[in-house]
Design a protein around this ligand. Structure first.
Ligand SMILES: [Zn+2]
Length: 236
């Protein structure tokens, strides 16, 4: 039992192609969002609004006075943290008047609106974060321990913990798509963006959403691989 487990687990095998496939999908999506970001960073908004202006407008118009905006390092590092009620925007998003900056700022505000309206997938996501963090740190050690001790129960628990990551990413998808949908509605209806600017913003946010789809696919492929390698083999 020990031998084949170790052999199949620690050396190259055909299932490793699943991991490679996931890697290729992820790299493709990241290249795509990067090129979209570069493209739409060069297109300045006709009304010369910055990302900060856009975010402030959405917070003001909805009277979200308890939400603050802070600056975060890096590029495309923007996020909203419901726990601290803070929108973190990168320097580029704050100061630039490009379509990319406005789209990203409004997307983060889309998460704020979700939070304020009690959007269920966002609630679920916040709820399972601790479980996922716990699970992701224990999953591989447990699988390895299970292999070492030839204990299928440990392996199964490790696999189950790994599946939490996949569930988390699956819940993230509707959260991200919905935030972008809300962002586009605001940018269009408020007149922040006009004409083809709305289409540019949509393309930018679509490329960003694709990275979440790619990450989910990649995790699903990794899970499939682990399952093929170490799943319960009583019936084989
Ligand atoms: Zn988002």
């Amino acid at each position: 039992m020990f031998g084949p487990y170790m052999y199949r687990g620690l050396y190259f095998d055909k299932t490793y192609l699943l991991v490679l496939l996931g890697l290729i999908i992820t790299m493709f999506a990241q290249a795509k969002v990067k090129s979209a970001f570069i493209k739409y960073s060069k297109i300045k908004s006709k009304k010369s609004i910055t990302g900060l202006d856009a975010a402030k407008y959405i917070l003001d118009v909805n009277s979200y006075n308890d939400i603050s905006i802070k600056k975060v390092r890096g590029s495309m590092s923007d996020y909203f943290n419901p726990a601290t009620k803070q929108i973190a925007l990168s320097d580029h998003t704050l100061k630039d008047t490009s379509i990319a900056s406005i789209a990203v700022a409004c997307h983060e505000c889309g998460h704020v609106i979700q939070y304020k309206e009690g959007f269920l997938p966002l609630k679920l996501k916040s709820l399972i974060v601790p479980v996922v963090n716990f699970g992701s740190s224990l999953s591989f050690p447990l699988i390895l321990l299970g292999l070492f001790m030839a204990n299928q129960l440990f392996i199964n628990i490790g696999l189950l913990l790994f599946s939490f990551m996949l569930i988390f990413q699956l819940i993230t998808l509707p959260v991200e798509f919905d935030a972008s949908r809300r962002a586009i509605a605001v940018m269009r209806d408020s007149g922040m963006l006009v004409g083809e600017e709305v289409d540019h913003a949509r393309a930018m946010l679509r490329a960003a959403a694709l990275t979440y789809v790619a990450a989910t696919l990649s995790t699903a492929l990794q899970f499939l691989r682990l399952f093929l390698l170490f799943g319960d083999r009583d019936d084989r």
